[in-house]
Design a protein around this ligand. Structure first.
Ligand code: SF4
Length: 283
């Protein structure tokens, strides 16, 4: 007796999905529209060919003795390096100078007569992407001329917890007052100790310079200073300092620039820390 059952959904002719139809034809996947070609899926266990046609490896396969020694080949690198000079830097017991263009701690420079180059314009602070610089400008007066022109930097702070040493501040400075040294030993046990003040950042006085404040060179303006036409202090400047600060160590016959170049409290604390670390590292 013939089967009178009605084919279920997905079995239009009563054949389960995925089984070949009668006569060897490929079964239509379940849900496929009639009359539409569907690429057959690979059967389980099929993988792509390991090497595509036309491919040839660049590394030649090892043969003979090299194949035997291959497992210990890595030791050859170790052994050859045992007889090469050591390149490890023994910091902090041995300090290697940084490259000339290394971006280290900042410095506030001076003109040849000792006046400060910073004019308190705050451009460095505005250029800083990390908001690490704080500047307050003030007016120079006849009794207290710290820089050529009208203004000078009264307060100058750099927060080395924020600074990323990008150098954008030194690009922004219109007077080349701010530059970066090669000094890289900047660490400390306190957060407050990482904020460097103006007295920590000012360039040391060189031999022959006169400590500021003092008047500008007679007959000059800030333009002559910017153009590098001032090459040192004049007698009139020395007389002014002798009259207002007779004990100034930078005067002729004074204690000398070494006595005047006392580091600021933060710079001094930093130097002591670096010295202690060096001593510890040398043990
Ligand atoms: S360091 Fe340069 S940019 Fe910054 S306040 Fe002084 S003069 Fe202006």
């Amino acid at each position: 007796m013939a089967d009178q059952r009605t084919p279920a959904a997905g079995e239009p002719d009563g054949t389960p999905p995925g089984t070949p139809a009668e006569g060897g034809a490929q079964a239509r996947p379940a849900g496929a529209e009639p009359g539409r070609e569907v690429a057959p899926r690979p059967r389980g266990g099929e993988v792509a060919s390991p090497e595509p046609e036309g491919y040839s490896p660049l590394i030649e396969p090892r043969t003979g003795l090299s194949e035997v020694l291959a497992p210990v080949g890595g030791f050859g690198v170790t052994l050859s390096n045992m007889f090469r000079p050591t390149v490890t830097e023994q910091y902090p017991s041995e300090k290697v100078p940084a490259k000339p263009r290394y971006h280290g701690r900042h410095q506030l420079n001076r003109y040849a007569d000792g006046l400060e180059k910073c004019i308190g314009c705050e451009l460095c602070a505005w250029a800083c992407p990390a908001d690490a610089i704080y500047v307050e400008g003030a007016d120079n007066t006849p009794d207290a001329q710290f820089s050529p022109g009208e203004r000078y930097g009264r307060v100058y702070q750099i927060n080395y917890l924020r600074c990323i040493f990008c150098g954008l501040c030194i690009e922004a400075c219109p007077t080349r007052a701010l530059t970066m040294t090669n000094e890289y030993e900047l660490a400390g046990p306190t957060r407050a100790g990482m904020i460097w003040e103006k007295q920590d950042l000012l360039a040391p006085l060189r031999e022959g310079m006169l400590a500021s404040p003092h008047p500008m060179v007679e007959g000059t303006s800030d333009t002559e200073y910017y153009q590098g036409k001032v090459t040192g202090p004049t007698d009139a400047q020395r007389e002014w300092v002798a009259e207002h600060r007779p004990d100034d160590p930078t005067l002729p016959g004074g204690a000398g620039v070494a006595a005047a170049n006392q580091p600021g409290p933060t710079a001094a604390a930093q130097a002591a820390l670096a010295a202690a670390a060096t001593k510890q590292g040398s043990r």
